[in-house]
Design a protein around this ligand. Structure first.
Ligand code: APR
Length: 258
């Protein structure tokens, strides 16, 4: 189903009929708020580095100031960003269905900032820090926030002196165990899954829509472009998250009052 004129009402019907809804979001969710996707995030000072080479423990050990500075820059972009209407639509959706959880690959914290209540962060958060060696937590308010786009020496752990890193999942690292188990259980037991702004290229997050489909849920994709997951979707809403999600909630609200 590709026409939005048909897809949005069909998606609204599927969501209305679902006792449990999971929304799986990726970098495209934040695109309409001006936050560059992961691969676009290598701009300016960072353009000469491959992001996949900045987001590893080995890179941090070799060039701590470079990697910490890149994350500090991304964190500043997130703080300056305003969550778009699609974020608010997901908050509204929470009130329109019996149970809703958001499982996100994003580390920007925007779902929580607008008031979504059940948010599972599969890849960690730019707003949390811990030390490299022992993963002792480090208070975010003490993390340096350089005003310019520059390299930045990480602070040291107050307990063991190890350098402090962002609490995000780097390439080659395991996803957080408890959050992942919960996300997988939700995917296997939801009746509808909205898949928003993800290319479906990054594992293991890309499995979630396939698990939901296998378990009998209706899978709805919201993305302006075809993805690896499009074939697994029962309903495809071709468009931007900032436009499609409010339209979906409007259709759901109208349907509820008919
Ligand atoms: N609305 C919805 N989707 C959009 C929009 C938009 N306005 N703009 C772009 N997209 C879609 C793109 O078409 C693409 O399918 O968002 C998707 C972004 O894909 P990726 O950048 O691969 O993002 P994601 O799937 O979240 O994977 C990124 O990779 O490196 C890791 O940890 C990192 O979590 C990150 C993950």
């Amino acid at each position: 189903m590709n026409s939005d004129g048909v897809a949005i009402p069909a998606a609204a019907r599927a969501l209305r009929a679902a006792p449990r809804v999971v929304v799986a979001t990726g970098a495209g969710m934040s695109q309409d708020s001006g936050i560059p996707t992961f691969r676009d995030a290598a701009r300016g000072l960072w353009a000469r580095y491959d992001p996949e080479e900045l987001a590893t423990e080995a890179a941090f050990r070799r060039h701590p100031a470079r990697v910490f500075g890149w994350y500090a820059w991304r964190r500043r972009l997130v703080h300056a960003a305003t969550p778009h209407a699609g974020y608010h639509a997901l908050v509204a959706l929470e009130g329109l269905v019996p149970e809703l959880a958001i499982v996100t690959q994003n580390v920007d914290g925007l779902h929580t900032r607008v008031g979504s209540r059940r948010v599972l962060e599969l890849h960690g958060s730019l707003e949390r820090f811990s030390c490299l060696d022992a993963r002792h937590p480090f208070p975010a308010e003490r993390a340096p926030e350089p005003a310019a786009d520059t390299e930045c020496e990480p602070p040291r752990c107050e307990q063991c002196g190890s350098p402090v890193r962002p609490d995000v999942v780097w390439f080659g690292e395991m996803l957080p165990e408890r959050v992942t188990a919960e996300a997988w259980a939700l995917a296997a037991s939801c009746r509808a899954m909205l898949v928003v702004g993800t290319s479906g290229l990054v594992q293991p997050a890309a499995q979630l829509p396939l698990i939901a489909r296998e378990a009998g849920a209706t899978v709805i994709e919201v993305n302006p472009d075809p993805t690896e997951l499009s074939d697994a979707a029962h309903i495809v809403c071709r468009g931007r998250a900032g436009a499609v999600l409010p339209a979906l909630v409007a259709a759901l609200t109208q349907g509820a009052t008919q």
